[in-house]
Design a protein around this ligand. Structure first.
Ligand code: F6P
Length: 328
């Protein structure tokens, strides 16, 4: 029989993403529903090591489902990577009687949780919160859908300028080492070309594709560049390259940056966060530990944290093909 858990802690760690607040709300309310105490832990693993805890009840999380960012704040902690740091965290959890932990974040957050679990046999459950969608074991991470909508809105606006001035825009989007955001927003925003790390387009093909676009009668173009793209040039060097090697282009660069991480979560992310929070709490109460909660085939499924971290979230090849066809 699993040891019954009476108090659960929840924290958000790593880069914030829209839907983290909705996940905190869900964890807190699922605890209240099951008559379990819940504490919010501030500033991720930093606050965990310092004992920066606050008792939360169903009313503490009112009015936050629609808010971006995280009310618990977030941090990327170096000290938690050390054995001493994790020992401090374990002591603080024991002092306050917390018996299970829900961590919301990306692969760095999960790595910390997994090591902590292995060292102290402490029950942990992960909720994938990152706009990058780079976690194995879930079709969607929290915040990905909202970020896509935010970026598409920005591209639509840039398109207005591009077409008014017959310009070529290189638009850089986030995604760390993966191209999920770029590929999706490229299709949705009608981009002429999409540069992602998973597919090395090469400069020659880019030039060829831009020429083809122009010959086919397009007077403006948008090229989406994933921040982790490996074409060998950063977005400003790409602009210089086109300026130097292609006639008659008026090129501009737009790096969207952190605006992609902010804003009210979409309906999809709010629902996903609510489902994930409930699943995380109930899994801990059933004695499950060291898993991540994910969405697979529209069901909540558990994936071992180790697999979630080491597995690759593959790019959808069908989307790649669609994007090629759409840019003809
Ligand atoms: O992981 C989310 C993310 O926004 C990535 O897309 C980006 O590479 C990184 O975080 C930026 O991190 P920071 O906010 O620390 O600059």
């Amino acid at each position: 029989m699993p040891k019954s858990i009476k108090k659960i802690g929840v924290l958000t760690s790593g880069g914030d993403s829209p839907g983290m607040n909705a996940a905190i709300r869900s964890v807190v309310r699922a605890c209240a529903y099951h008559n379990i105490e819940c504490v919010g832990i501030y500033r991720g693993y930093e606050g965990l090591m310092e004992g920066d805890f606050k008792s939360m009840n169903a009313r503490s999380v009112r009015g936050i489902i629609n808010k971006g960012g995280t009310i618990l704040k977030s941090a990327r902690s170096k000290e938690f990577r050390t054995k001493e740091g994790r020992q401090k965290a374990f002591d603080k959890l024991n002092e306050s009687g917390v018996e299970g932990l829900v961590v919301v974040g990306g692969d760095g957050t999960f790595t910390g949780a997994m090591i902590f679990n292995q060292e102290f046999d402490f029950p942990v459950m992960g909720i994938p919160g990152t706009i990058d969608n780079d976690i194995f074991g879930t079709s969607h991470t929290l915040g990905f859908d909202t970020a896509l909508n935010t970026v598409v809105e920005a591209i639509d606006k840039i398109r207005d300028t591009a077409s008014s001035h017959n310009r070529l825009f290189f638009v850089e989007v986030m995604g760390r080492d993966v191209g999920h955001i770029a590929l999706n927003v490229g299709i949705a925003g009608g981009a002429e070309e999409i540069l992602i790390p998973e597919e090395d387009l090469g400069l020659d093909r880019l030039v060829e594709s831009l020429n083809r676009s122009r010959q086919s009668g397009k007077s403006s173009s948008i090229v989406i560049v994933a921040e982790g793209d490996k074409i060998g040039k950063n977005i400003f060097e790409l602009k210089d390259y086109v300026d130097e090697n292609m006639e008659g282009y008026d090129v501009r660069v737009s790096v969207l940056g952190h605006m992609q991480r902010g804003g009210a979560p979409s309906c999809f992310d709010r629902v996903l966060a609510s489902r994930m929070g409930v699943k995380a709490v109930e899994s801990l109460l059933e004695g499950q530990t060291n898993y991540m909660v994910g969405l697979l085939n529209n069901k909540m499924e558990l994936t071992p944290l180790d697999n979630a971290i080491k597995g690759k979230s593959k790019i959808n090849l069908e989307l790649l093909r669609v994007s090629d066809i759409m840019s003809t």
